[in-house]
Design a protein around this ligand. Sequence first.
Ligand code: GLN
Length: 310
Amino acid sequence: MIKNIINLRDKLEALLLIQENFHNDGKVADYIPALAGVSPKLMGVSVATIDGNVIGAGDHQIPFSIQSISKVFGLVMAMNRLGDELWHRVNMEPSGQPFNSIIQLEWEKGIPRNPVINAGALLVADVLTSHFSASKLAFLTFLRKLAADENIFIDNHVYQSELSHGSRNAAMGYLMKSFGNIEAEIPEVLSHYFTQCSVAMSCQQLASSLLFLANKGIDPKTNNTICSPRDAHRVNAILSTSGMYDQSGEFAFSVGLPAKSGVGGGVVAIVPGYGVICSWSPPLNRFGNSVVGTNLVSDLAEELGLSIYH
Ligand code: GLN
């Protein structure tokens, strides 16, 4: 593992240099118009360790749209609030389909394949909307507490953009409601879901805020219990099998870490017992995963021997 922190910063800088031109291999998400305006050349990486170091390089302090990385936080909140009942309403199987696919929902009677594809995250958003009196505020408060940073904010421009281009997510919501698997009204569920996707955070904040997943549910910064060890295990298992969407198999094969991507270009990877890596670069591959972000996690995991399958 990483013994020398000075060396780690040098290593991260070296890895960024290698990636300098690889952003050309991807395309910035434009189906949410507000995301299309972000520079494809930005890139950063941070590593937070459970023993208290946070090391970064490049644009690691610039906030970006966390998008589907928010699904991890929403899932933890829903697991804490609903307990095992959640798993009667959402499955824990990889989907093998694009993140916003609707096709399995009809076959599988409105039960999403897993909580980190859009259908599953909408189900989780329904749980939060129905079980918190002010779910958006609760979500933001949770993130601020985890990152120990009151400045984390919702990017309203991104929120409005998602809201006005959210027909596919709305369709999934209504389909699940037709099967009786959504309690709240769909506009409320969508509003919560788009709010959590529109949160802006930096690599540094994201890496630090997810440390509890590398530490059996306990935030090492505060010693607060964020979730049970069993639920930390379950979240990591779901991220290993589904966090990189229909590239999850390849990612497990070549990298071997629980991870989650977002169409804002962020990738987080959990290294149990050690810490969290977060990388960011907006251009995406055809699966909706950041090209450079994925390369950075992959290269670092390879160099430091971080795979959980060793
Ligand atoms: N807000 C995005 C959507 O619903 C999130 C998708 C993602 O990051 N993969 O399409």
